[in-house]
Design a protein around this ligand. Structure first.
Ligand code: UDX
Length: 431
């Protein structure tokens, strides 16, 4: 193994080229390490090897191209090639939600079993994927190597700002059974100037789940407060503003919406409930957070039904936004899709537009532009906070619609201007 460490650089392998793995690989190469990244999807590998990044992440394409050009970054479909001579091996493979709600560890186990015999002695395997508490020991067993350490280093990357979040972390968490290994791993992040929390693996894994669960709790809390505001005639924006001046509360992650979604919150929150249950604790608070989120989808559908005159059967509903939030192209577990499904289950026809979606989607009619989606619609629903929706010509939208009604599930649009233009307007938590 080439000793790069004197130059503050190491040979690193990253297994999995999804938004976490690819971001990790590109950023570690950017920090001067020699990085090999592997993925099972040969088509994705071929694209990446040519500098084509198949996901929307600010700055990622530039970093990948830079890494390829400088020779610090390379891609393959071979995991064993990737780990050859590597001192650090990041596992960034999916841990999807299994049928029971528990995280599915099969990808992690398969990869660990495969690479075990090919690892250099004294290498460190680093769990980046969000894995259940106690998973480092699962990986150790699968690797079958006494001379290889396994640590937990959870990711805190938000989709859409993954590169920024990797290079400007609030904290680095490293869970290891021995401090010396944790210190070795922390050297990878020394240029980032963030506090490094060294702890045991179970604590590190719990930090990750608890952080995501708390963020989801904040969102469910503000969605519940929004429902209260509607019932008592209060303005949720002002309520959040008034709350947020208290530094113990803050105002981040208190934007009402259609509910939380994405590839992390739903999976991680469900997994934490199961982890607690398996350990003998009934996490009833978190079950309530999930219940409020389910209710939020129903509340949006109720608003649409109300503005459609009480009946959705045979109506056309325009849906702006399909991704689970703005600035990403990810529609996994998107609230927009959940709302669309429930509208269709009530007999409505849904015509959707999203700036990042130009492919057919199961059961949905996809419009070529936001105006086309509104043709003959009884109600327009704004489900994702794409900024471009704010600047459209709403007189033109009104002319296209059968009925001037909008359910703004992100409180994105100008309520007063829409009402002046003759629209019935319903937001979330607004009068
Ligand atoms: C999240 C965590 O933020 C990140 O730290 C972790 O590593 C991965 O999971 P992400 O899934 O990309 O990141 O989405 P995030 O930006 O957290 O939003 C999650 C959901 O909550 C989205 O559906 C979003 O629209 C919703 N949300 C977020 C709100 O409805 N209101 C808010 O104020 C914030």
């Amino acid at each position: 193994m080439k000793d790069l460490s004197s130059s503050g650089a190491w040979r690193v392998a990253v297994i999995g080229a999804g938004y976490v793995g690819l971001t990790t690989a590109a950023c570690l190469a950017h920090l001067g390490n020699e990085v090999r990244c592997s993925d099972a999807d040969q088509e994705r590998v071929d694209k990446l090897a040519n500098g084509i990044v198949p996901i929307v992440e600010d700055g990622l394409t530039e970093l990948v191209k830079w890494g390829l050009h400088s020779g610090e970054l390379a891609f393959s479909s071979s995991n064993t090639w990737a780990v050859e001579g590597a001192e650090f091996i990041f596992l960034c493979v999916p841990t999807p939600q299994g049928p029971s709600g528990r995280a599915d560890m099969s990808y992690i186990e398969t990869v660990s079993k495969e690479i075990g015999p090919y690892l250099s002695s004294e290498a460190v395997v680093i769990n980046k994927s969000t894995v259940p508490v106690g998973s480092t020991h699962v990986v150790e067993r699968m690797l079958g190597r006494e001379d290889v350490k396994v640590v937990s280093n959870p990711e805190f990357l938000r989709e859409g700002s993954a590169v920024h979040d990797f290079l400007h972390p609030d904290r680095i968490v490293i869970g290891a059974d021995d401090e010396a290994t944790a210190i070795r791993v922390s050297a990878l992040f020394m240029h980032l100037g963030a506090p490094v929390l060294v702890t045991d693996p179970a604590t590190a894994e719990t930090i990750k789940y608890a952080s995501n669960a708390f963020l989801a709790t904040k969102v469910s809390f503000v969605n519940a407060v929004a429902a209260l505001c509607e019932a008592v005639g209060a303005d949720v924006h002002q309520v959040v503003l008034g709350m947020g001046y208290d530094p113990r509360i803050g105002s981040s992650f208190l934007k009402p919406g259609p509910g939380w979604g994405g590839s992390c919150f739903p999976k991680d929150v469900a997994a934490l409930v199961r982890i607690a249950e398996d350990a003998g604790y009934d996490f009833s608070l978190l079950k309530g957070v999930i219940a409020v989120n389910e209710e939020q989808y129903a509340r949006v559908v109720e608003k649409v039904q109300r503005l459609a005159g009480g009946e959705l059967q045979g109506r056309t509903v325009a849906l702006w936004g399909l991704t689970f939030k703005a600035r990403t192209d990810d529609t996994r577990d998107s609230p927009a899709l959940e709302v669309a499904k429930r509208l269709q289950d009530n007999g409505a026809k849904v015509v959707a537009y999203d700036p990042t979606v130009n492919r057919p989607m199961e059961g949905l009619e996809i419009a070529k532009d936001p105006y086309a989606a509104c043709q003959g619609a009884s109600v327009l629903v704004v489900a994702t906070e794409w900024d471009e929706f704010r600047w459209l010509d709403f007189d033109k939208v009104g002319e296209l619609m059968e009925n001037r009604a909008v359910v703004d599930a992100r409180n994105l649009l100008d309520r007063a201007a829409l009402r002046r233009a003759g629209f019935s307007y319903e937001g979330i938590g607004l009068i």
